[in-house]
Design a protein around this ligand. Structure first.
Ligand code: GLN
Length: 474
């Protein structure tokens, strides 16, 4: 069965027509039914059922529960949650139980939402396919021989399979948008700082953002409205739009929109089938009255190189806390403290985490800092400025989310550089902090293709509105 829209689910629970308990049980059945896609790491069943009971009880007392009353959702397993483990899909945190919850989760719970499962990811969110998970690889709902994209692959697959109406991911370098594109769902990366990072297992702190995966834009906007805003636990958070993010009049948005098609995103590496879908999307927007022209942002071709220096640098610093002494995996029978550090990390970290720790410490080391890290930060500023300049002329920029459809499991695992190239159209918006969204735009070879729209920093509301308008053209 397929879930109604999020506001309908909540209204129906609030009115007593359906119940939170019924919703949780249904979601858990769906988890069971779709086990062979391997989207889920764990299920905090007891807590989910207890929360449902509590919510149903409050409704019976005549209380208003909230905008997400009894709505089940799934969180990527790098969100700290109560009721079970938070592993980040890493052996290092295999047994870890969080002492507090992520702010995003707390905010959803305050409105009555219920976390029913924790989704698979590339360990520590390092990857583009979920193949880097230390536990297992999630399968694409459209073709089991293909990856769901990553790193939020479990979350995207869960939404595409209709296990829950929405799931949470994190997007450090495309990890919400890429799986959204590969699985045929909406994936939204807000402006950096709009949703608190408190209680998210840190990857690259200067680009990490929380983002929802949903079946439609209105659901993404609602969840966004609940999760966003300043948080005392994360000093990089910013105020939310004073009008909130729920959508009013999307049609008028398209008519007056000036949209730039990013030339660098429509270049050679694009699969012909993907190009066709994006060209059709552009035509539809034009027909609806948008003013569309091509724009060149030459620095974007450097974004991938910048990202794969800045990201490992921050990863190496953020993963330094996992030393086997305080929490996480501890090696047994070690000779001394140093040996314990070595062995705990050797056993707890997978290949990709080790690779990033090594690249990161290398680019930050005194001999190479100027040549790599400092230079990357300079180019990063160039990218930010280039976006800002383009947004003086355009309301939105557009391109594909990924150059290809979902690739075969195993196709890129032997070649990390090939894997990194999947992120080529994604990382610029992370490096610059701009909001970006992937919307299902059509299919190629029977597999979903995502359209990516990027907006000026803090223009999240406008971005959601144009995305909604585009959705209505389909
Ligand atoms: N695929 C990118 C990487 O491996 C992005 C990951 C992410 O956004 N979490 O770094």
């Amino acid at each position: 069965m397929s879930w109604p829209s999020i506001d309908e689910i909540a209204a129906s629970v609030q009115s007593g027509q359906t119940s939170a308990e019924g919703n949780v049980k249904q979601a858990l059945q769906e988890v069971e039914k779709h086990k062979d896609f391997a989207a889920i790491i764990s299920v905090p069943m007891e807590r989910a059922l207890k929360r449902a009971e509590e919510i149903d009880g409050r409704i019976k007392q005549g209380e208003r529960v909230g905008r997400l009353a009894g709505v089940p959702f799934i969180a990527k397993d790098n969100f700290l949650t109560f009721g079970g483990r938070t592993t980040a899909a890493s052996n290092m945190l295999k047994e870890f139980e969080a002492p507090y919850q992520a702010t995003a989760i707390e905010k959803l719970e305050l409105e009555g939402a219920i976390c029913v499962a924790k989704a698979n990811l590339d360990a520590w969110a390092h990857g583009s396919s979920t193949e880097n998970s230390d536990f297992f690889t999630t399968k694409n709902p459209h073709d089991k021989t293909r990856v769901p994209g990553g790193s939020s692959g479990g979350s995207a697959a869960a939404v595409a399979l209709d296990i829950v109406p929405f799931a949470l991911g994190t997007d450090t370098g495309g990890s919400v948008r890429l799986p959204a594109s590969f699985c045929g769902v909406v994936g939204y990366k807000p402006t950096y700082g709009l949703i608190s990072r408190s209680g998210i297992v840190a990857m690259a702190s200067s680009t990490d953002v929380v983002g929802p995966l949903t079946r439609n834009i209105a659901d993404a906007a609602l969840v966004m409205d609940v999760m966003s805003g300043k948080d005392a636990m994360d000093s990089t958070t910013i105020e939310k739009d004073s009008n909130g993010y729920e959508i009013r009049n999307p049609k008028s948005e398209i008519r007056k929109a000036k949209i730039g098609v990013i030339k660098e995103y429509m270049g050679e590496g694009l699969e012909p089938g993907v190009r066709t879908v994006i060209d059709q999307a552009i035509k539809k927007l034009e027909k609806a009255g948008a003013n569309i022209s091509e724009v060149s942002l030459p620095s974007l071709s450097l974004a991938l190189a910048v990202y794969y220096i800045v990201c490992p640098a921050e990863v190496s610093s953020n993963l330094a806390r996992y030393d086997g002494q305080r929490y996480g995996h501890t090696a047994r029978e070690t000779k001394n403290l140093e040996d314990s550090y070595f062995l705990s990390r050797q056993q707890g970290f997978g290949t990709e985490a080790k690779r990033r720790i090594m690249i990161g410490t290398h680019v930050l080391s005194s001999g190479y800092y100027d040549a790599y890290y400092k230079k990357a930060q300079k180019v990063r500023t160039k990218i930010i400025n280039e976006f800002a300049k383009a947004f003086q002329l355009y309301d939105f920029l557009l391109g594909p989310t990924a150059p290809t459809v979902a690739f075969k499991i195993g196709a890129k695992t032997g070649n990390p550089l090939q894997m990194y190239l999947s992120d080529i159209l994604l990382v610029a918006a992370n490096v610059s902090g701009n909001p970006a969204i992937s919307i299902p735009a059509g299919q190629s070879q029977g597999l979903p293709v995502g359209l990516q729209i990027i907006a000026p920093q803090r223009a999240d509301k406008q971005l959601l509105e144009i995305a909604k308008a585009f959705e209505e053209l389909n």
